[in-house]
Ligand binder design. Structure first.
Ligand code: ADP
Ligand code: TYD
Length: 210
């Protein structure tokens, strides 16, 4: 591949993104691709420091604008340090969450103006957008309980169910706005069934790129 392939995974907290990314990573490596897996917020040394500030349950005074700017700062670092160079080297980059998370969590969840979010993010993205986004579609109630059972709740996961519902509805709206880029993956199924769907979607895209 000349320019690499940029895949992002989106969904409410606990929707199974990390589980599916691991399966996709080993599938693509077996097919001979060089694969870079990363996550947001984080993925770089600087970004992981920003992540710990954002998710710290003690940071109860953080304003929504501070929160948005921290996500964008971590994103700018990740794009510049890892995503852009990896794509230029022809690698497949899989990112657990990306700019769509800012649209739905900060836009729909926190009610920050979407145009403002777009503007600030355009600085961080610097022209980089995912080739394909997999939206892991599962009821937020089910997703969150799966997740909290396994790891405990961070600052965002401690938000009300009303917040997580708004985020989920935000994803639905985003999918209808970008139907070509965002693929819906019904994630109310078993890990194996979901992965078959993921594989089918990615295989189709690879056929077009190769
Ligand atoms: P995310 O990265 O979206 O937060 P994870 O992949 O970490 O989600 O999954 C959250 C929890 O749910 C984990 O304990 C994982 O083992 C479990 N899990 C993932 N996919 C499924 C599934 N299809 N059915 C049941 N449990 C699942
Ligand atoms: P994380 O534990 O990585 O999420 P997941 O449950 O998907 O494994 O936590 C990241 C949290 O940050 C998650 O609740 C979503 C939120 N978030 C935003 O609000 N805006 C953003 O731009 C990003 C990237 C994440």
């Amino acid at each position: 591949m000349k320019r690499g392939l940029f895949i992002t995974a989106e969904g409410t907290d606990g929707s199974g993104k990390t589980t599916q990314i691991k399966l996709l990573e080993s599938y693509l490596k077996d097919r001979g691709f060089e694969v870079v897996v990363t996550r947001e917020p984080g993925g770089t040394k600087i970004g992981e420091k920003i992540r710990s500030i954002i998710l710290d349950p003690d940071n109860t005074k953080m304003t929504y604008i501070t929160e948005m700017m921290l996500y964008v700062s971590a994103r700018a670092q990740l794009v510049g340090e890892l995503i852009r160079p990896s794509l230029e080297q022809g690698k497949v980059v899989i990112c657990d969450r990306f700019v769509d998370s800012s649209y739905v969590y900060q836009g729909f969840g926190r009610n920050i103006n979407i145009e403002l979010i777009e503007k600030v993010n355009s600085i961080a993205l610097d022209g980089i957008m995912p080739d394909v986004t997999l939206f892991f579609d599962v009821d937020p109630n089910i997703a969150l309980s799966r997740r909290i059972r396994s790891t405990g709740a961070d600052r965002i996961e401690q938000e009300t169910m009303d917040f997580h519902r708004k985020v989920y509805e935000g994803y639905k709206k985003l999918v209808s706005k970008y139907p070509n880029r965002i693929k819906i993956i019904d994630s109310n199924r078993s890990i194996e069934e979901i992965f078959l769907d993921v594989k089918e979607n990615i295989d189709k895209i690879l056929e077009r790129c190769l």
